[in-house]
Design a protein around this ligand. Structure first.
Ligand code: ATP
Ligand code: MG
Length: 301
């Protein structure tokens, strides 16, 4: 991409009437998740680390939010606080108006590692949460099979996780989390361990599944394209301390498709994320030494 191409890109804040109408609709929906002044400090031998400071954010029903930021900016801490696996130093998280105080069935979770029970079949993995909630075996099996069908793995219902590819395992993990009917799905780099091609397929699968489910998604990634492809809004954090840098309304229309990766709105959003996350990456002085080395034959030796 040349500087000239960038000069021609639209402003990432400019929305087509269609996209603006979609955001208007989202904002009219109820607020499911309310994050108020969320702060988390850790005491370490080197002193106090402020992983997150004064995060204020709200997500609406059926909204898809991606969280992005440099390594160590507090993304995993953030999602752990939302999950109730950790407690804030200050501030609070409200889900449907109720303060989060520990894990609960209203939040589903999918993390990077494969977290399926290896001794249970696909069907039984999906049934697990339903049974834990007290659902009878027959109904749990019926519902689990519907989920397995929705993720396109009906042929594998009786297979064990070890017999599945990485992408298939993560599909089962998503189905298992959603089967329990959570209000919000928390995902921390769920496709981070997959190869690029499988990752792309998983992104499309996730959007397909989400279309059928009334759930708000909070998805952490460090992949800029993934964030733009999936999100309604992107919460950009900055590091040390982890604070809100910017909240971007993605101007790319839905339904999304991989061809949009090269659309002007997509590229404009990507350029903005680059500026926010790798602020020095495009500067001429950062590139010069490499240019010098590759041009000077002697020095390359
Ligand atoms: N239990 C802990 N004790 C001390 N410091 C911690 C703890 N957990 C996280 N931190 C620190 O808080 C900061 C944020 O960590 P966190 O894991 O949330 O970042 P992240 O954005 O998820 O990073 P990555 O992109 O590498 O996954 C880091 O400086 C980290 O060292
Ligand atoms: Mg992390």
């Amino acid at each position: 991409m040349t500087d000239d191409t960038f000069a021609l890109l639209p402003d990432y804040r400019k929305q087509s009437p269609e996209v603006a109408a979609r955001f208007q609709k989202i904002k009219e929906r109820e607020v499911i998740l309310r994050i108020e002044n969320l702060t988390r400090e850790f005491s370490t031998e080197q002193g106090t680390v402020t992983a997150l400071r004064d995060i204020d954010f709200q997500a609406h029903r059926r909204e898809f939010v991606c969280v992005i930021g440099p390594s160590g900016c507090g993304k995993s801490t953030f999602i752990r606080l939302l999950a109730g696996l950790d407690y804030p130093t200050a501030g609070r998280v409200l889900l449907d108006g109720i303060e989060v105080d520990g894990p609960g069935p209203d939040r589903g979770m999918v993390f990077q590692g494969y977290t399926l029970f290896p001794w249970l079949t696909v069907k039984r993995n999906v049934m697990f949460g339903l049974r834990m909630q007290g659902m009878g075996a027959t109904q749990a099996e019926r519902e689990a099979l519907q989920w397995v069908e929705l993720i396109g793995l009906d042929k594998y219902a009786e297979s064990y996780p070890a017999q599945l590819s990485g992408g298939m395992k993560q599909r089962v993990a998503i189905a298992r989390a959603l089967a329990a009917n959570p209000r919000i799905l928390l995902m921390d780099e769920p496709f981070g361990a997959l190869d690029a091609q499988t990752r792309g397929q998983m992104q499309s699968h996730l959007l397909q599944i989400w279309k059928h489910v009334d759930v708000t998604i909070l998805f952490i990634t460090h992949d800029l394209d993934e964030a733009i492809y999936l999100a309604d809004r992107i919460l950009v954090l900055k590091a040390n301390p982890g604070e809100v840098n910017e909240i971007i309304e993605v101007p790319v229309p839905r339904p999304r498709s991989p061809e949009q990766f090269v659309s002007p709105e997509f590229l404009a959003t990507r350029r903005r994320l680059e500026e926010l996350i790798h602020p020095t990456a495009g500067r001429r002085e950062e590139r010069l030494p490499i240019f010098k080395l590759t041009q000077a034959g002697d020095e390359v030796e």
